[in-house]
Design a protein around this ligand. Structure first.
Ligand code: AMP
Length: 289
């Protein structure tokens, strides 16, 4: 695997790849890789001839009070993990390479960037959209793979691609979980053993709600209250939000329709660590009532 630090080198390589009639898949990450990230690279391998993984802890998507400085980093470990899953290139730029002195262009998105995650982290999605657009331009990728773990982010990126007519295919990969159900995340590193154990309640709550839906529950407030009461069984958890909405546009409904795809979204605090998770499911079409 070749490590590329400069934008001009990455763009030259991308041009060469395309001139050979080959395709490129990009997997954007912030590093401190885990099995979730590696699953994205494996999927990318099947989607294109050449895989470019990027590692960049993007300061523009962190608010001043967030964990940019202490975000975990381990370049050597990440590099060997990416070699083990046959990423062809690792694009690993310095901050100054991406945002040099005099950098002036920003993205402002409306709509779904303003709710849920966007309400708790008002500048987050504009920062994500900016870096993702830059990474698309730098890697000239034909396809990009993102994780369902960041469900709202996948919708934001699809909207960005649609609005700005970016010629790229967006693929969403399933959530990879720890044995206890906790969704893998670089931020899980912040959790103590006890917190990590307690955090399994998030997955349990999602599964509990899914079971109720499978047996006929389709009222939004009831679904949310099942999730909330399950989460509350662990007093150490502080809920930021719980929302159940239509999966394709995050819209509310008092009662979901049979056959509708919905998503249950959770954000909560476990001590000093903010965790997000979600689960999609289809409202059954058979009539239970
Ligand atoms: P991050 O490094 O946290 O910015 O994540 C980079 C990419 O990996 C994003 O598309 C995430 O959604 C995805 N990702 C993170 N955690 C997981 C996971 N547990 N399962 C699947 N994808 C994940």
């Amino acid at each position: 695997m070749k490590v590329i630090n400069k934008i001009s080198d990455m763009q030259r390589i991308a041009c060469e790849v395309h001139s050979q009639g080959k395709t490129i898949a990009v997997v954007p990450t912030m590093g401190y890789l885990h099995e979730g990230h590696l699953s994205l690279v494996r999927i990318a391998r099947d989607l294109a001839d050449i895989v470019v993984t990027t590692i960049f802890v993007n300061p523009k998507q962190f608010a001043p009070n967030e964990d940019f400085e202490r975000y975990p980093r381990d370049f050597e470990r990440d590099k060997s993990l990416l070699e083990s899953v046959n990423s062809d290139y690792l694009f690993y730029p310095e901050i100054n390479e991406i945002y040099p002195t005099g950098y002036s262009t920003f993205i402002q998105m409306q709509g779904i960037t303003k709710i849920f995650e966007g309400e708790s982290r008002p500048t987050h999605f504009d920062g994500v959209a900016l870096v993702v657009l830059k990474l698309f331009n730098i890697t000239k990728a034909d396809v990009a793979v993102f994780g369902q773990k960041d469900f709202q982010q996948t919708l934001v990126i699809k909207q960005l691609v649609k609005d700005l007519n970016i010629d790229i295919k967006i693929v969403v990969a399933p959530i990879v979980r720890e044995a206890n159900g906790l969704a893998m995340s670089s931020r899980n590193r912040y959790l103590s053993d006890k917190e990590r154990e307690n955090a399994s309640i998030i997955f349990i709550a999602l599964e509990e709600a899914k079971r109720a839906i499978a047996s006929g529950e389709r009222r939004r407030k009831i679904i949310n209250s099942i999730i909330i009461s399950t989460l509350r069984s662990v007093p150490e958890i502080k809920i930021d939000y719980v929302h159940t909405v239509k999966a394709h546009n995050l819209e509310l409904a008092d009662e979901f329709l049979p056959g509708e795809e919905i998503v249950m979204l959770i954000a909560c605090w476990m001590g000093r660590t903010r965790l997000i998770d979600n689960s999609t499911t289809k409202i059954p079409i058979n009539e239970f009532h």
